[in-house]
Design a protein around this ligand. Sequence first.
Ligand code: FAD
Length: 435
Amino acid sequence: MDRIALWSHPVTPSPSLTGTIHIVGAGLAGLAAAVRMAQSGRRVVLYESAGQAGGRCRSYHDTALDRRIDNGNHLLFSGNHAAMGYLQAIGAADSLDGPERAEFPFLDLASGESWTVRLDRGRVQWGLLSAQRRIPGTTVLDYLGGIKFLLAGASKTVAECFDTARPMYRRFWEPLAVAALNTRGDEGAARLLWPVLRDTFGKGEAASRPRYVRNGLSESFIDPALRLLEDQHSKVHFNSRLKSISFQGRAVSGLDFGDGVTPFAADDVAILALPPWIVSDLMPDIKVPGETRAIVNGHFLLPHSISDWAPMGLIGGTAQWLFARGDVASVTVSAADDLVNEAAETIAEKIWPEITRALNLGDTQLGRYRIVKEKRATFAQTPDQVARRPDTHTGYKNLFLAGDWTNTGLPATIEGAIRSGNSAADAARRLVPTG
Ligand SMILES: Cc1cc2nc3c(=O)[nH]c(=O)nc-3n(C[C@H](O)[C@H](O)[C@H](O)COP(=O)(O)OP(=O)(O)OC[C@H]3O[C@@H](n4cnc5c(N)ncnc54)[C@H](O)[C@@H]3O)c2cc1C
């Protein structure tokens, strides 16, 4: 069990506990750190430059659709143990949906073929011995190729590990790389995919079930965390943009949010859970990844609601993953640096025919839609950029870093963001005496 889940009741900060934990950035990394610190009885203050929490993982009311939507579809696996531990800690473990079995339907928009990737219950996937259970055009040996992610050197790209002409590459390894790394297979760092495979498919069916939010990202990941922080008497300041950091020797001595420096007491600690380019502006001596990759999400109003829809992988077209919640179909296009520069109307017209095909909607006309472009959705997970990820510890004794772009060993995902927040909290907890 995750350690934070042991603290199920509000803990009022005890005056004997020394040191305030100042956490800057209320995305998932900052929230995970704040929850972990608050639940261990520490005094927590969380600062966020926006008027709401969640960062790149949040929900809002969209006026074009007149529906509440997520900034982007987020897919998790049941084996994402840090994410599941976090949801349990904030009382939202039952807010995810997903099929009972690990099943991933795919449609090849170019050839019209469809198939479902299904896992057997055990670790050994005996089902793959049957051609009907395999992705069309693949052999059993193709599946053993996953081991190449473990063996890949730090400079290897995903495409360099495989014969890219084989159907297995185009139909599985490349879509997996693009979805998990938000970086094309010919430039994405192969090694980062190993922990993803190890913790999901490598552990068998139970760890590989797709999971997604039932109502909204904020309802699952953000609002319950804010309620917990309030219960724990933590302070959350919105519209508070960190402008500069004061140092004394190798320690932070204050934070400036534009209204004068908030001085640090001797045992105060700062956790920066900020985007890499902000950390770089504040602390130019810290090396960070400088390149980013885009994600485009399209949300389309449907003529009727769809129930029991499991996310579908689409290949051979523009759309890559299709989600449906109620009467809204949402499509994700990762590594979308070309697409992101096209007009929203052009993107919608490209994607809508793919949705009508996947959902069997015949010649239903394009209705209301919203295209959401996240130009800096994640850092570019190329070997060069991965080598620039900094550790939790900064060399300043009371300053720690968190964020999906820090050196978690994982791709920039919810799981990585939450693990980074947990690591920063654990480092801060070790530093601050309990009085
Ligand atoms: C469209 C999209 C789809 C995605 N799909 C998936 C998916 O399917 N599965 C998955 O696991 N992951 C997915 N991700 C990745 C996931 O959303 C991120 O890994 C995660 O949300 C990152 O959290 P974070 O806390 O590290 O960063 P952020 O969410 O970026 O948090 C940083 C916070 O710092 C705040 N801030 C910035 N500057 C300042 C300042 N000066 N002072 C104070 N605050 C400041 C920001 O407003 C923000 O709230 C997706 C991301 C996007 C954008």
